[in-house]
Unconditional design. Structure first.
Lengths: 310, 310, 310, 310, 310
């Protein structure tokens, strides 16, 4: 147990030893074990975007075992997926990589202006599959947001009671927000705060832009001169919004980017801003396996380097 | 236990021995026992389309026992029906054919643009009737899709906990889709993926056309040159969408087709594409009994022949 | 136990001895005991239509005990009513007549185009009152139909688990149907099928007309030349739609008819068509007691005569 | 135990000795003990109409203990109020007056055309506070009526199982009714019937007018020449609608009336018509205490006099 | 135990010793211990208004421990916050300050005309975190008000059963009210009464203005000459509306006010009017720490001075 991991676990004083053990499993697994940084492979795009769009660019990825293997060989801290995908590999890869069961999902067949998520599995599923955490998506800004918050609260209480950790994917979206607002710095910061208040141990958001969506927020950003010019600035602000950095915030990898430099620049900015790591899906499994492993290694090199902040 | 059945059971590593036993009962029953292929008689049309439309073309079919008998004599792997119909024959035919209780149903009295299903029975019903599986219909694309996913997830968890297998009828439909889109290759592939992610052991879909419904999907199909020209191509793609063929996908028989050659050509294409079989309702029970038995035998001959793919 | 009752009980092979015992109580009670025919007194009109409209034509009927007494003295097989009315007489008449607790009710204060029913009592109420069955109304064709089917399914499972029998009043109604469609032969047949699939032991419908509501159904009725010209033809078709006559279908008596010949002609047609009997409310309790007893006796004479079909 | 109370308890043959004991506590308490008549003090106007409108005319009434004291000293059979008000006095006045916990409430901040009620307490609250009964308001005629009926049915079953009695405030209201229709004789009669069918032991309604709201009802009232000209006639008809007088029907006192003669004339009419008493709120607590006690005594004198009907 | 605290506890005669113990913990903690007055630090603005707007004016406040420390050093009676924030400090500050878990929350990303709250934690969370009370927000006047009342009732019953105290934040808001109406004296009085009737032990409202929103209320205020001219008058009326002062009513501190005199004048008016104290969030944590401590001390000085009323 490294001092940094011990420090991080110390932030979760309200949790049971069972939940801390599961958080420690994630923090102490893979290439970044002990650093306090996390690179997690999330594969829910088959459900969220459709199988052909997600998997056809790299056909071996149609097989769930491909992703388990990629997470193991890539040295990821964990692997996150919906029920069916985890069921398809949990026995073959038992004990090889910490699992996060994504309990909620949606699809893109519909294009509702106020998106929602369905609960597609339960805590008992996570326990029987040997997961160390469960995860949900919330859409702050959607007309369904309050129902999602409540659902998360109910499941999080059950998860913690059973010694699991809780991830929240906080994706602002819906009729209350413009398209640009979905990644506005004020909105991402707000989403992170909501997830933290809902009791998440780990929060995943998209990288924020310098756009400010709400007038009432803009006044404060300007008055207080909150630095948001660079990506690192914004990452730093976002982690501040998660209880002054005392909750783990990680960032999504976004759509497939063929230009590795651009992608790694983002990782450097996350690292410089004090972010805790990445959930990197499409940029992992939509490349050829060797490329993905190389990219993951390069990312982990950055996260393993001396932290610019903490 | 044939090697092929053992192989198939190996795909379901997250399931209990109880559920595997029930899957094995289906795979090892009837004319196709041991082949890994399934021909199942589904009779829910009395509920879904009305009794006269479904049964009047072959009046003996009004009697539930007719269908049990047809499934038994026809050598089907199983018989699927709603609660009432199974209750009407389960004692008389106990042990003669594996049963699948269809837990959800709808009717066509209404013609809502966003269709939904009612839960019309429960897991305890399946257990008291000696069923080996339960089944549901989902309508991806309907405004009610998320509620249906959640309902399936709740029941599937209970079913697996009780050692039952889970079927999902995945029928894309609703205000998000055009009529052609209901059987579009991208949409059927997506529906199969959703069902697999929801934890289905067996997935039933309609045969897909070469139509592509969603622009975002079309770009990928074209870019990746996914073969979808022939029916066998499309079946192959659809089984890929079910965890690279590691979930059982079977196809519906569609409306009554008097031309046997057309029907058998479809079966040959399913077989050639690596599909796992058929659920063949109206093309079974809307014919005279001898014709139905002949047709079932001809289908099974095809499925029992050397598999073009696996 | 007559052979006919034994035969009927044989249709319910999925039910527990407890439920069969309760079905037998109904079939072996009153003037028609042992015949396999049923005349049941249903009194829910105070709730469904209002007390003055229902009871003022025969003021003694305001007293719940009047109906218990009428059912007993009239030799009815059973007495069906909502919670309050049964509570008001169940102790005084304990053991004198089988009771059916109607679990759902609605009123006519509102005139919603898509009617619904409220669950107004539960299985535990039925058990404490000594009932042998519970009953519900469903409105196939209403926008609320799926919710009603689900409610029925939940309660029916609990009822069967507790050894009770299940009645369904299947009254097509709602925005999907024209007024004539509510009693159209295709729609009544469909409603009976739905009730049978939901697991009803006894199904009550209105007498169907020769009208056909749905085009898709009309094509089949014409193509298959299903006889529907006479009321007996239609009754026969409706009982076919209930698992080829293997579920008990009874018919409502409709509004008060002063012309006894017309009413008894309907009974003769039900009998000739193989119907299992009547639920006869307003035509019983809206007459003077002696007239009602005479009418019930005349009806039972018809049902007790040699059955034209079975 | 007087013969009259014993007779009334005999109407509730389906209830447990526990519930009968609680009904007897109400019937045998206060000035009217043993007469079979009830004068109950209901104080929910702070919630239903607001505190200033309800309590400012008599400022001591802001204190919950004022109402307990008024009910005790006034010799009322019981005291009915929402949770908070009962909690504020139940220990100080334990055993001094039977309590009825009003489980549902609404407010007048909103003016929805289809009113609804919130469940604001539960059966366990009633038990811990030592209540002998629970009560609800239903709004027959509102678009929410069926949901309210179901809620009442669920709570009433639990209440009876725990030996409590059940009151229903039946207040017709909502988009299906005109303003005059809310107190129309046909509608009040219908509301009483619905409450009785839902299993109420005691039903409270407003005094009906001679207006008839529904055409289908008017035809019957005219054809059967139901007497509704005088208030006593109407009270008699309304009690008939409650199982021929075998359920306890009491009447609300309405808004504050400064003219005592008018108020007492209403009481005389209730008494003459066979009504069982009054729930008299604003006409009790909006007067000075001595006036209220005088008025209550005058009312009870009337109810204690020889009953014109029973 | 001071006589005043003993007196206050005496108002809650329906509560268990467990709940009284927890109320006493609040009343006997901090600088105002034993006075019967309460100054509580509430920090839910990160969720309700967003982190930057709430916390950037005083950056140390991003850290949850800042608020625990401020509550402890400031001598507050308690500290109220949502789940996540309490989880982040409950172990480090265990036993140092009484905690109130705010069970419901909303955000301002949306601007719905009928606001609602999500349940974001449960009673079990409060117990595991060592809280002495739970709290909710209700929005009387919103189309969702009845659902919120019901939710509060359900949780309050569970809380009391587990020995916790219950706070209600009563914030009138929604389509039934004008903006001015949200703090109108009649509406605030009504909101306090509703909260008291729902069984709250402590009620928090905004300071009322002299505006009267509803015509029916205005008539009474004028007729009864209820004094509402000064803030102290209005506070006195509002505490009257809480069972004649027998429920604890405290007032929110509102938006950040830089002019201390204005703020303290409000406190003096609350004190003069017999209010029980303040929940003072933004005026505490949006200042520099020393300023906040000074302001809290000044407020407490006022509340600790001889009470003008009780």
């Amino acid at each position: 147990m490294t001092p940094r991991v011990r420090e991080i676990l110390g932030w979760y004083g309200a949790d049971s030893p069972g939940t801390l053990t599961n958080l420690a499993r994630l923090l102490n697994h893979g290439r970044l074990a002990g650093t306090g940084k996390l690179v997690i492979l999330p594969v829910d795009q088959g459900f969220e975007h459709g199988p052909a769009r997600s998997l056809a660019p790299n056909p071996p990825a149609y097989d769930p075992r491909y992703h388990f293997g990629l997470a193991v060989e890539g040295g990821c801290n964990g692997f996150a997926a919906p029920l069916g995908l985890l069921e398809a590999g949990a026995r073959d890869f038992a004990g090889e990589v910490p699992l996060i069961l994504k309990l909620s999902n949606s699809d893109v067949l519909r294009d509702d202006k106020d998106p929602d998520q369905a609960l597609t599995a339960g805590i008992q599923d996570a326990l029987r599959l040997g997961c160390c955490a469960i995860g949900f998506t919330i859409y702050p800004g959607s007309a369904h947001e309050l129902a999602m918050y409540r659902q998360v609260a109910l499941c999080a209480e059950e998860a913690k009671r059973n010694g699991l950790a809780v991830f929240i994917w906080a994706y602002p979206r819906g009729s209350a927000l413009s398209k640009a607002g979905e990644t506005a710095i004020d909105v991402i910061g707000y989403a992170v705060q909501i997830a933290a208040q809902l009791g998440a141990h780990v929060i995943k958001v998209k990288l924020p832009t310098a756009h400010i969506e709400k007038d009432a927020a803009r006044a404060v950003y300007e008055e207080q001169s909150i630095p948001i010019a660079t990506l690192a600035d914004r990452v730093r602000h976002v982690t501040d919004c998660a209880f002054a950095g005392r909750r783990i915030v990680i960032f999504s990898g976004g759509t497939m980017i063929s230009d590795n430099d651009t992608l790694l620049d983002e990782i450097r900015a996350i690292h410089a801003g004090g972010g805790f790591g990445s959930m990197i899906g499409r940029n992992s499994f939509q490349r050829r396996r060797e490329d993905a492993l190389g990219m993951l290694a390069a990312m982990m090199d950055i996260y393993a380097s001396a932290d610019a902040r903490s």
